[in-house]
Write a protein that binds this ligand. Structure first.
Ligand code: MG
Length: 259
């Protein structure tokens, strides 16, 4: 008799047990990877440098290596200001626009002869795409030059574009280190900053990514990058995969960064 009561009680308890509650993930899953272009994916910074040194010679001077380092990752217009200060000259706005255009044309001419991948970059993009993650290219370089570079490096695989979207420097309201380019890319992809990792090489790009609220993996080459919460520094992209990026995102969540 006691056994029967116990069985009935047990059945009733089972019938009223609420369905199991799925645990809420503590960390957002990685959904998208946003790549800088120059110096991060491709060896193009050297061409921008050559073009800047060539302009300095045209203007009758020589740009210092220190000034060149400070132009990395900046807009062409910002680079002009650094160059003029370094040479101790003043130029009109009209001259600045002409100089900027000349540097873009010269850099594009040099890039047309050949652009190469940075170590591990091509493999990382392929791994990110294989994992089904969204991809964006977010560059300060103007569209006409960026398209030339993209054409030179080709596709990851025939018929498969390398990036879901591309955002160029002349298509945004403000440029890196402003977060606007990365915010524009995330809006276009329909992803939240907490789901993204930015891959960069310059201080301006790292600052833009962190200000946009994303985790950032940086591979500094021509310019040192300051350590910061949410930022992971590596020597190169060689051996970096989707798990590495997921770890970078988890680290950003751990420091509570959402921006
Ligand atoms: Mg860069």
């Amino acid at each position: 008799m006691l056994t029967v009561v116990a069985m009935v009680t047990t059945r009733r308890l089972q019938e009223h047990v609420p369905p199991p509650v799925r645990p809420t993930p503590l960390r957002p899953a990685l959904q998208a990877v946003l790549f800088d272009m120059d110096g991060t994916l491709v060896e193009t910074e050297q061409f921008w440098g050559e073009a800047m040194f060539a302009l300095a010679r045209r203007l009758g001077g020589r740009m210092s290596d220190e000034a060149r380092e400070r132009t990395v990752g900046t807009t062409v217009r910002t680079s002009m200001g650094i160059l003029y200060a370094d040479l101790g000259i003043r130029r009109s706005d009209e001259d600045l626009r002409a100089d900027a255009r000349w540097v873009e044309d010269e850099a594009a001419r040099l890039m047309a002869d050949g652009v190469t991948w940075r170590p591990g970059a091509r493999e990382l993009i392929a791994a990110v795409r294989d994992a089904g993650l969204a991809t964006a290219l977010v560059t300060t370089t103007p569209r006409r030059v960026a398209d030339l570079v993209l054409a030179r490096i080709g596709e990851i695989a025939p018929g498969i574009p390398s990036f879901d979207i591309t955002v160029c420097g002349d298509e945004v309201p403000a440029r890196k280190p402003d977060p606007a380019p990365y915010r524009q890319a995330m809006a276009a992809l329909g992803v939240d900053a907490a789901q993204c990792v930015v891959v960069e090489d310059s201080q301006a790009g790292v600052s833009a990514g962190l200000a946009a609220g994303t985790a950032v993996l940086a591979v500094p080459a021509l310019q040192p990058v300051e350590p910061a919460p949410g930022l992971v520094l590596r020597d190169s992209l060689t051996g970096v995969g989707v798990q590495t990026l997921a770890g970078v995102l988890a680290g950003r969540s751990a420091v509570g960064g959402r921006g």
